[in-house]
Design a protein around this ligand. Structure first.
Ligand code: C5P
Length: 222
């Protein structure tokens, strides 16, 4: 029998990464941050000066990514060609490029099997945009986590401020809206809840509240 998968989809800043990590820790499951794969593809393309409109080359890059995920001190780091790029892939220009390359069907196809390969016993928590719809349609637990764009921009702002990065809240909100728009309106695996997903809004419930609801479902279904 196949290992159980818990899918957590939603827009950027909804808290899905945090919830996914807490769940994986709590259940002893493996974790797939699928957005990191798109970010790594984008970074590799930017590093190689590849035109973000060159779909064939981008798909080739995605299919041949030399990546590893390493866990140290309870933090997951991403390595590209052996180099730790965990910070680089979170830069705003990489985020924007990632959402562009993610709209290319050939790039998504190139990353599909790699994502499915993360499925292993005792289970997997996978976060992204299309985990429940396309990558793991048979997952027993599917969550779609949202929050208002304003709230998500504010969280990102606080996070960056905390790291000493100065940014404008308005710019962040604009970036978030642009990415939401691209993620929701693309033809290939657009951001949308699976029919059988539990939709939760983290604008009003805190992380613990969200975690409790997800755990209830996990105990019913797995
Ligand atoms: O989740 P994160 O913000 O790190 O994802 C980076 C980008 O990758 C997103 O803006 C989205 O366009 C894309 N993505 C995707 N499908 C996924 C995960 C991420 O299209 N499953």
């Amino acid at each position: 029998t196949k290992a159980p998968v818990i899918t957590i989809d939603g827009p950027s800043g909804s808290g899905k990464g945090t919830i996914a990590k807490l769940l994986a820790d709590k259940l002893g499951f493996a974790l797939l941050d699928s957005g990191a794969l798109y970010r790594l593809t984008a970074l590799a393309a930017l590093n190689a000066d590849v035109d973000l409109a060159d779909e064939a080359r981008l798909a080739d890059i995605a299919g041949n990514l030399d990546i590893q995920f390493a866990v140290a001190n309870n933090e997951v780091s991403a390595l590209l060609g052996g180099k730790d790029v965990s910070r680089d892939i979170r830069m705003e220009r990489v985020s924007m490029a990632a959402s562009k390359v993610a709209a290319i069907p050939a790039v998504r196809d190139a990353l599909l099997q790699r994502q499915r390969d993360f499925r292993a016993l005792p289970g997997l928590v996978a976060d992204g945009r299309d985990m429940g719809t396309t990558v793991f349609p048979d997952a027993p637990v599917k969550i779609f986590l949202t929050a208002s764009a304003e709230e998500r921009a504010r969280r990102r702002y606080d996070q960056l401020q905390g790291r000493g990065v100065s940014v404008s809240l308005r710019d962040l909100l604009e970036d978030i809206r642009a990415r939401d728009d691209r993620d929701m309106n693309r033809a290939a695996s657009p951001l949308a809840p699976a029919e059988d997903a539990l939709v939760l809004d983290s604008t009003s419930i805190d992380i613990n509240g969200v975690l409790q609801k997800v755990l209830e479902l996990v105990h019913q279904r797995i």
